[in-house]
Ligand binder design. Sequence first.
Ligand SMILES: NC(=O)c1ccc[n+]([C@@H]2O[C@H](COP(=O)([O-])OP(=O)(O)OC[C@H]3O[C@@H](n4cnc5c(N)ncnc54)[C@H](OP(=O)(O)O)[C@@H]3O)[C@@H](O)[C@H]2O)c1
Length: 265
Amino acid sequence: MEVGADTRALVTGASSGIGRALARQLAARGARVGLVSRSRAELEALAAELPGDGHVALPCDVADRAAVEAAVAAFAERAGGLDLAVANAGVAFYGPFRELAPERIERMTAVNWLGTVWTARAALEPMVAAGRGHLAIVSSGAAQRSFPDAAVYGATKSAQRAFGEALWHELAGTGVGLTVVYPGEIATALHDHEKERMPVWYRGGPRAADPDALAEAVLAAIGDDRRAVAFPRIVGLLGIAHGLSPRLADAVLRRLRGATAAPRR
Ligand SMILES: NC(=O)c1ccc[n+]([C@@H]2O[C@H](COP(=O)([O-])OP(=O)(O)OC[C@H]3O[C@@H](n4cnc5c(N)ncnc54)[C@H](OP(=O)(O)O)[C@@H]3O)[C@@H](O)[C@H]2O)c1
């Protein structure tokens, strides 16, 4: 689906990082953008500064099904339809599984996994009824290969992957496309609350990829109706290596990120 002046796009997690970069690039291409996250003030400021007209701040917690349904319906009504939805909102809490607070496990599950499901469920209704549209799901490289100290985060991202892979087939013949996005380490605020606790294998920081470059790759993949996009490319290669042999991926990871990325048993 080509993004252009007629596109009505809703992005969750639009107040920051990847979602913000996507919202900017969508607006730059003429799209009207519905901006979802919990931070009303940030969304309103972003709606005002984006190029073009008709952008809407839709403050909402994606873990709240009724709130997501209301936000999507409100945007579709104001914009006169919905062409693109990006389920991007997410949170991360890293650390050894046995030390992870149950509330953090529940939060990641509610936001990353159920938030994606509620967004997809609400957004597909008008798109399938119209016989056209596109859903993008922002998963993670952690769905290609899950990492120690991120077991639950990786599980929520793998859930998105499994969901998107099956849904891609279910949507055959509906006119609605689907793309699952697998970002590697991207320079955003995702881990700002846990900088001191990040595992040794994590690189992040200045070596992380630019969210604008990722957003460009995502819009290109949507334009080409690709079922998946991994960015940077190494993420897709790691997924292939892991699919061929987890031991091969272990070896690659130890080489690239040191022993903590795939501890020997
Ligand atoms: N950065 C990376 O290295 C990386 C790598 C792979 C995948 N990802 C994925 O990319 C997505 C975006 O993350 P990011 O890196 O851009 O992080 P970010 O800068 O922290 O942005 C996260 C966004 O999600 C929103 N959000 C969080 N909880 C929410 C909730 N309950 N309801 C609605 N919105 C919520 C946040 O806004 P509010 O706080 O205003 O709600 C914010 O806009 C996530 O799904 C993440 O897992 C990121």
